[in-house]
Design a protein. Structure first.
Length: 232
């Protein structure tokens, strides 16, 4: 496929081969040992030292050298750990499920965008509304709730049964009620991540949010309601 040809061209380039060798030399210790940065095993032959990109390369980012040629985003792996990283040749990595919760405008989406990686599944009611309506994610018509909730429940069931080949799963929501979020965490085998922010911080962010400038009263009510219902 054409997209793989772009990546093959990069990996065959002099820029990449020079950087790979430089990283291997820089990470070889004084004893002449090069160790896998996952398992710590000594890699005896540099031909087996795989320079793995922490941010998966795609045709869209391969020519962004702050990603593809950034040593800080490259780790040296042995072939076994590299296969585990990509879930291939009989290896499968345990998939993690995270429930990211907090008040409206507490930074949940920002956190997930920073932490999730390509191939993860992200479930967020706001973006599901956007997917079925083509409206901005903050504009959620009430008449679409049943349809959006149906899609949401299907995706939650996919995560619960580990259906599909996704890597990790991220579920974003308010989850102000402790019982509801803890029950969901148990059902999904998930870790809870709280995006902590005070009501004043959320309201201040709302004042600066250009997307919601015509909906401030509506979103103030969402924020007030969350803090009224929240049980830590």
């Amino acid at each position: 496929m054409a997209k793989y040809a772009v990546l093959r061209t990069f990996y065959a380039s002099q820029k990449w081969r020079t950087l790979r060798l430089a990283i291997i030399l820089a990470r070889t210790n004084k004893k002449g040992e090069l160790r896998c940065e996952k398992c710590g095993e000594i890699i005896t032959d540099t031909i087996n030292a795989i320079a793995h990109h922490k941010v998966e390369l795609t045709p869209e980012n391969v020519n962004d050298y702050s990603i593809s040629l950034n040593p800080d985003l490259i780790e040296i792996l042995c072939p076994d750990c590299h296969n585990k990283e990509h879930n291939r040749f009989g290896h499968s990595r345990e998939r993690k499920v995270y429930i990211v919760f907090g008040a409206p405008l507490s930074g949940k989406n920002t956190y997930v965008k920073q932490e999730a990686r390509r191939g993860d599944i992200v479930v967020d009611m706001d973006y599901l509304y956007q997917a079925v309506s083509m409206l901005p994610s903050f504009d959620k018509p009430d008449n679409l709730f049943t349809n959006v909730k149906g899609i949401y429940n299907l995706l939650i069931d996919n995560i619960k049964t580990r259906y599909g080949r996704w890597n990790n799963a991220w579920i974003i929501g308010g989850f102000a009620d402790r019982y509801r979020r803890e029950k969901l965490a148990v059902d999904l085998g998930a870790e809870l991540i709280f995006c902590e922010a005070s009501k004043e911080e959320c309201l201040a962010r709302l004042e600066l949010d250009e997307d919601r400038k015509y909906r401030k009263n509506e979103w103030k009510q969402y924020i007030e309601k969350w803090f009224t219902r929240f049980t830590p």
